[in-house]
Design a protein around this ligand. Structure first.
Ligand code: GMT
Length: 380
């Protein structure tokens, strides 16, 4: 297949999934055309089946905000006309689903049918999308996509609850590439971080409000008083300064902010516990990546997280913001070496269900179905 992929090129979960999916499809022999404003963060090396089409924004004094939607629509039309796409897969509804719809209409005037698949990722539904500023466009563009997928059952439910959707939504969960996310021996690194054999706790996020990084610090300060431990905070974003200030006053020497890291799998390889206390999370890709590296997860029970982090098996899930409960569960795991080892193994086994090689064929099958249906629609 000749597949177009529209996504955000950043480290955010939707961009990561879109890029890894594209790379996987290219390895399966498909031609993949990424259409976005910057080279996607995880598209590091050359691949003979991967093409990257940059959406350029030309500035003009009249524009306070250069119209990205228009530039993206034009680029989709251009790529489709010249590369003859069989299907376009857009990740994150805003503004990708509506630009895809517009491009599809333009292509019709060239007698070209472009089937469009929209994948809903989370905040495009639960946070940003339902804002009245965007809602009518989001609803319309979901209903007018040829195929719609959501990354968890929870996100599917939220979509039907918050929008007037008449379209079927197929759940295709996120995935992890075990070629990259694998526990490796990083003993020297572990010694440097935890020289006295302290437990290592890790949090990775974009430090937005929804991630509740303050909960990570609060629980860690209590945990580290009883159990010698270190906390590694990976990522960057608006809440980082607040978190650093919290730490400065309480347990400074035990917490390190590492900023954005390329090789998070190396940090995960030395971790004992991954912490994800989010207020809302459609899936929790960072938790899955931790589990693939044999790290149990202590998380909130928000949104789709409990579908990934199975309470009492791969870690624990507790109510959002319940610091006492987090601490209690952390003690259960970190104080019992035998139990911790069991949870590490169980986390890995659960993660195996989300192996890229298992999920990729689901997308290929879905594309085929949408392409076939779209052909039938034209001949009707
Ligand atoms: O977590 C973020 O803020 C990034 C965001 C995104 O849209 O890129 O992540 C969402 O999509 C990820 C990939 O499908 C999911 O794993 C995250 O759970 C989801 N984030 C939220 O729902 C807050």
């Amino acid at each position: 297949m000749n597949i177009g992929i529209v996504c955000y090129p950043t480290f955010g979960g939707s961009g990561v999934i879109a890029t890894e999916l594209g790379k996987g499809l290219a390895n399966h022999g498909h031609s993949v055309h990424f259409i976005t404003y910057r080279q996607p963060a995880r598209l590091e090396s050359f691949h003979e089946n991967i093409y990257y089409h940059e959406v350029r924004l030309n500035d003009y004094p009249l524009f306070e905000h250069p119209p990205y939607d228009t530039a993206l629509t034009s680029k989709i039309v251009d790529v489709c006309l010249h590369e003859h796409l069989d299907i376009l897969h857009v990740h994150y509804a805003i503004p990708h689903a509506s630009t895809a719809y517009f491009a599809k209409q333009i292509l019709k005037s060239h007698d070209i049918q472009l089937p469009v698949v929209t994948t809903l990722h989370g905040t495009d539904i639960t946070l940003v999308g339902k804002d009245p500023v965007y809602e009518p466009v989001v609803t319309f563009s979901i209903n007018n996509s040829d195929g719609v997928t959501a990354v968890s059952e929870s996100l599917k439910r939220d979509t039907y609850e918050h929008f007037d959707i008449v379209k079927d939504i197929e759940v295709i969960p996120n995935f992890v590439d075990f070629n990259r996310f694998v526990k490796t021996n990083k003993e020297h690194f572990k010694k440097a971080i935890a020289p006295n054999g302290e437990r290592i706790l890790v949090h990775i996020s974009n430090f937005r409000k929804v991630k509740r990084v303050q909960d990570v610090i609060k629980m860690f300060c209590i945990i580290s008083k009883e159990i010698p431990s270190k906390l590694l905070m990976i990522g960057d974003g608006p809440e980082r300064v607040m978190a650093e200030n919290m730490v400065r006053n309480i347990c400074h020497s035990d917490v390190r902010f590492l900023g954005k890291q390329e090789a998070v799998e190396e940090v995960l390889s030395i971790a004992d516990l991954f912490i994800l206390p989010s207020e809302s999370e459609s899936f929790g890709l960072a938790a899955l990546e931790a589990m693939a590296c044999e790290v149990p997860v202590l998380s909130s029970n928000a949104g789709g997280i409990p579908e990934v982090n199975i309470d009492g098996v791969t870690g624990f899930t507790v109510n959002v913001g319940d610091i006492d409960a987090y601490v209690k569960k952390a003690f259960i795991l970190l104080n019992d070496n035998h139990l911790l080892q069991r949870f590490k193994k169980q986390a890995f086994e659960e993660a195996e269900k989300y192996d890229l090689n298992k999920i990729l064929p689901l997308y290929e099958k879905f594309y085929q179905k949408i392409i076939e249906e779209s052909k039938t629609k034209v001949t009707d």
